[in-house]
Design a binder for this molecule. Structure first.
Ligand code: AMP
Length: 223
């Protein structure tokens, strides 16, 4: 099963990917997390990516594909995974198709208005160590500014500042939104109201995924 999460920055992809991991065991593969780890470790790819990320644009496809290819080759991705933040443009979608999929593809587009996105991102705090996500009002950590999971001091991501958010939303409109039509034409797209609560969003996602899995199970039974 290859699950692809589409949606603007702050639409809740990371939270859904975490919920999918807990409920089904599919690893969460976030190209943003992979890139930030490469930046922290000062690897050659990380150094190349850092400037592009800081401006709110996309990192070049070759860099992202190199990091992603390495991650998808690991054993835990053999039976399926959730992609959070990839593909971000048509060329990346084509590269992904060329890789071949473990089982069927299911795509969710989390739809949220830009005013809601702006409020979510400016109030978002992130753990720089384990990438856990918090919201200062809706999902605060138990202890102020400290990660519940690993105890690291939380930060506001450099690209969650208002001026960079505007650029990220523009990049999303121009480069990523065309993917919605591509997956709709393939018949693998499911639109989700990303303005709902995290629990309600995941209930929708789960209903769809269970139906897809049920269909696979019954077609195997018939075959
Ligand atoms: P994210 O954590 O998904 O919001 O990603 C943070 C930043 O990493 C983005 O604004 C891009 O600069 C970069 N990035 C993440 N995923 C990709 C991707 N698939 N292609 C290009 N750049 C990416």
């Amino acid at each position: 099963m290859r699950i692809i999460l589409l949606g603007a920055p702050g639409s809740g992809k990371g939270t859904v990917a975490e919920d999918l991991r807990s409920a089904y065991g599919f690893p969460k593969i976030s190209t943003g997390d992979l890139l930030r780890a490469a930046v922290r470790e000062r690897t050659p790819l990380g150094l190349k990516a850092e400037a592009q990320m800081g401006k709110g644009g996309l990192v070049d496809d070759a860099t992202v594909l190199a990091l992603l290819g390495e991650r998808l080759a690991r054993e835990d991705c053999r039976d399926g995974y959730t992609l959070d933040g990839f593909p971000r443009n048509i060329a990346q979608a084509e590269s992904l198709e060329a890789l071949g999929a473990p089982g069927p593809e299911v795509v969710f587009d989390l739809q949220v208005g830009e005013d809601v996105i702006l409020r979510r991102l400016t109030n978002r705090r992130t753990c720089p160590s384990c990438e856990a996500i918090y919201h200062v009002i809706n999902k605060p950590p138990k202890k102020d500014d400290v990660c519940d999971v690993c105890g690291t001091a939380l930060v506001q991501r450099a690209d969650d500042r208002p001026e960079v958010i505007a650029e990220r939303l523009k990049t999303h409109r121009e480069k990523t939104e065309p993917l919605i039509a591509r997956y709709a034409a393939k018949g693998t797209l499911h639109r989700i109201d990303g303005g709902l609560t995290p629990a309600a969003i995941f209930a929708e996602v789960k209903k769809i995924l269970d139906a897809v899995m049920g269909e696979i199970g019954s077609s195997r039974g018939r075959g």
